[in-house]
Design a protein around this ligand. Structure first.
Ligand code: GLN
Length: 190
């Protein structure tokens, strides 16, 4: 199983470590041709505006978008979720626009920029998992084809739409591997 992590900016190495712990081969993707031969890709957290700009500058943008539209498994964490969203409520700039969700950037405001909570997400794991939010977005609207996996305080923070997974939080910043295991399963079935 070979899984890529988009490595233009943001928290790449933590995802690589979790994937390696699950015995995956990993590729840090910085060029379009590095998308070839992968079974899936993670778009990490970071700064969505910067990653979105670099996606275009490196010419990864259209190749990645087309692959995702053809069923390539993808998981966006935090900024990665913003990159996947069709609409961004508080930003004029959209990015890949492949997932039928509307997100709100920095939705938790400046008071609580980061926090940790524990939730049971039955479709992912039969037990509580730690969720770390860092200047996180949440989802304000979902289309009919989107499965809501988790809400925290009534806000949607994890969703799946076919081959696409998006989370507001950062499983790679915890030592819990359950979300990565769920995504690796998506990649092996896809
Ligand atoms: N606030 C960032 C953005 O809007 C996302 C933060 C993160 O990825 N941890 O792009």
């Amino acid at each position: 199983m070979k899984i890529g992590v988009l490595a233009l900016q943001g928290g790449v190495i933590e995802h690589i470590h979790h994937l390696k712990a699950l015995h995956c081969e990993t590729v840090e993707v910085r060029k379009p041709k590095e998308l070839d031969g992968l079974q899936g890709i993670i778009l990490p957290g970071g700064e969505s505006t910067t990653i979105g700009r670099l996606l275009r500058e490196t010419d990864i943008f259209y190749k990645l978008k087309e692959k995702i539209m053809n069923g390539f498994p993808v998981w966006g964490t935090c900024a990665g979720m913003i990159l996947l969203a069709k609409n961004i409520e508080n930003d004029k700039k959209n990015h890949l626009q492949v997932m039928d969700i509307t997100v709100k950037r920095n939705a938790y405001g400046s008071q609580i920029n980061s926090f940790l909570t524990y939730e049971r997400i039955n479709k992912v794991y039969n037990g509580e998992v730690p969720l770390i939010f860092v200047r996180a977005p949440y989802i304000t609207k979902v289309g009919n084809d989107v499965d809501v996996l988790c809400k925290v305080d009534e806000n949607i923070v994890a969703v799946r739409q076919d081959n696409m997974l998006a989370t507001s939080f950062h499983p790679e910043l915890t030592d819990n591997l359950q979300f990565h295991r769920y995504f690796v399963n998506m990649c092996s079935n896809g």
